[in-house]
Design a protein around this ligand. Sequence first.
Ligand SMILES: O=C(CO)COP(=O)(O)O
Length: 256
Amino acid sequence: MKRRLFIAGNWKLNKTAAETSQTVADLKEKLADFNGTLDVALFPPFLSIAAGQAAAEGSPIGIGSQNVHFAESGAYTGELSAAMLKEAGIELVIIGHSERRQYFGETNETVNLRTKASLAAGIKPFVCIGETLQERESGNMETVLKGQIVEGFAGISADQMTDLVVAYEPVWAIGTGVTASPAQAQDTHAYIRSEFAALYGQAVADKVIIQYGGSVKAGNVAELMSCEDIDGALVGGASLTAEDFSALILNAAALS
Ligand SMILES: O=C(CO)COP(=O)(O)O
């Protein structure tokens, strides 16, 4: 039995508060006949979150944050704590996106700390993992993913594993228009699930939601979501307009 799909849009550094209000309002309208068979969320930039929440009210669209710091407070200029997000009504957060690993020095260890801080605050983490092209082509993909899993999820309990979402995003497929083929993605998702089974047992691993991310669009989402171990999508470019994202969501929802 397949897990409930979770389709989420990561807006990265795009959309002011005004643009967020408009896009979320448009999306809400386009999802008026949505059958509710999957979960939907958007992750706008911090300062656009409040506008997104207001516009999404009364709709199935969850609104989350793209990052969180691991400390409760202290000398961390420019950062926000999990308690601050929670106070602002934020219950979803992306952690360890490859762009944060690449440009902002995120490591498996900081991903782990942020994940624990979020779970402790009652915020659902979307923990990103994924290999670069060089890592895949040099035959190191499984070693890299295993390291991200073993270190990134260290100390996370079996119960907590079902409170979070794992997002597998091969770095070479992000924003490039190159999608992993459904077979490639399925193989890697099965490998990732087997690593969680090794850590937590098969029964827990079978419940873990593993999203795929990297050039997912309305035209390829159905094929990807039909794969046994793919439980949703973390979407960049194709989540930026209500037209594209609603088409993608409705195509995925039509599967169930
Ligand atoms: O990084 C991504 C989502 O977090 C994927 O981005 P694209 O869908 O634009 O490839």
